[in-house]
Design a protein around this ligand. Structure first.
Ligand SMILES: *Cc1c(COP(=O)(O)O)cnc(C)c1O
Length: 347
């Protein structure tokens, strides 16, 4: 058994969804874009559907194919990128609901799929995706006459409850949707945690389902164990790894484990991250290479067969901090070489 093992706890994902659902009086959807943040969209969506999720969100129409196959014809699947040129057949055949982002997309949708459901994405200030106020004002009557299933926008700073931009985006969203009686959505994970007024009719959590900040009460979802290939003794003054960036200050025992930046364990973790033997932290020493990481295990009495980089003592956000990034990037970087195991009480 040489491959590193990535264990994904589907029941923890379901529990996180349920916990977020209980915070919302309105419907709680699930964002499963980017292969469910790298964890396996089909397995994740099926488990969430079993837990009661009825509405899924993906980034691209193509991603909807996997979800539709996994959850069958009942649940709704919204597409954040909207109705792009070339999407028409996919949207129709898979019964996906585009969130149109512009007047052009709205017209494309109404002309190519006149009775097919759609939603509208508004820009409330983030300036990334969605119609701005003036564009929306120009097409609002046309759009509303065609009965959108959802009007939504996205918050730029919801992970920071103190940020004044949250209230500003809320005001803009309320202005743009004033008098609109259909369903609205503004909150992803951060928005759910801000306050109930952000919840509207449906929320769209992603990272919280997968155990990441800002959902501090989340149950951890991933465990990643890296097999030790070799251990060696080095003298004080000897170096380890590319570029000789680590020099032993004492006689040390170094373990080399089988995973590296090609597996999504970012090179920025060099000389910064920890691997764990049970509860004991062992520092990464030297540069992370493509397929290998070197670890100082001098203080262990026994070197185990595997060391853990993600698990109970160290979650995705701690690893992210060490690499100066966010848990989202750690998850979506996890590579294709791991032996993946899914845990679930359900079949
Ligand atoms: C990715 C995304 C979400 C989910 O955000 P999280 O922070 O992961 O909960 C929701 N809405 C939109 C528009 C997104 O792009």
């Amino acid at each position: 058994m040489t491959a590193a093992r990535l264990t994904i706890d589907l029941d923890a994902i379901a529990a996180n969804w349920q916990r977020l659902s209980r915070l919302c009086r309105s419907e709680t959807g699930a964002t499963v874009k980017a292969d469910a943040y790298g964890l396996g969209a089909a397995r994740v969506a099926r488990r969430l559907a079993d837990a009661g999720a009825r509405t899924f969100f993906v980034a691209l129409a193509e991603e909807g194919a996997v979800i539709r196959q996994a959850v069958g014809s009942g649940p709704r699947i919204f597409v954040y990128s909207g109705h792009m040129a070339g999407d028409t057949q996919t949207l129709r055949n898979l019964d996906l609901i585009p969130l149109v982002n512009s007047a052009d997309q709205l017209v494309r949708h109404l002309e190519s799929l006149p009775r097919h459901p759609f939603g509208v994405q508004l820009d409330s200030g983030m300036n990334r995706l969605g119609m701005e106020a003036a564009e929306w004002a120009a097409v609002r009557d046309l759009a509303v006459a065609a009965d959108p299933k959802l009007v939504m926008s996205h918050l730029a700073c919801a992970d920071d409850p103190e940020h004044l931009f949250n209230a500003q985006q809320m005001d803009n969203f309320l202005d743009m949707t004033a008098g609109y009686a259909g369903d609205r959505s503004l909150a992803a994970t951060g928005g759910i945690l801000l306050s109930p007024e952000y919840h509207f009719d449906i929320s769209r959590p992603g990272i919280g389902l997968y155990g990441g900040a800002p959902f501090d009460d989340a149950t951890p979802v991933v465990t990643l164990s890296l097999p030790v290939i070799q251990t060696r003794e080095v003298e004080a003054g000897e170096v380890v790894g590319y570029g000789c960036t680590w020099v032993a200050e004492r006689p040390s025992r170094i373990a080399t484990v089988a995973a590296g930046y090609a597996d999504g364990l970012l090179r920025a973790l060099s000389n910064r991250a920890m691997l764990y033997a049970g509860e004991t932290a062992c520092p990464v020493v030297g540069r992370v290479s493509m397929d290998l990481i070197t670890v100082d295990v001098t203080d262990l009495e026994v070197v185990p067969e595997e060391l853990e980089i993600l698990g109970a003592p160290q979650g995705i956000d701690m690893v992210a901090d060490a690499a100066e990034t966010i848990g989202y990037e750690i998850l979506t970087s996890l590579g294709g070489r791991y032996k993946r195991r899914y845990q679930s009480r359900l079949a």
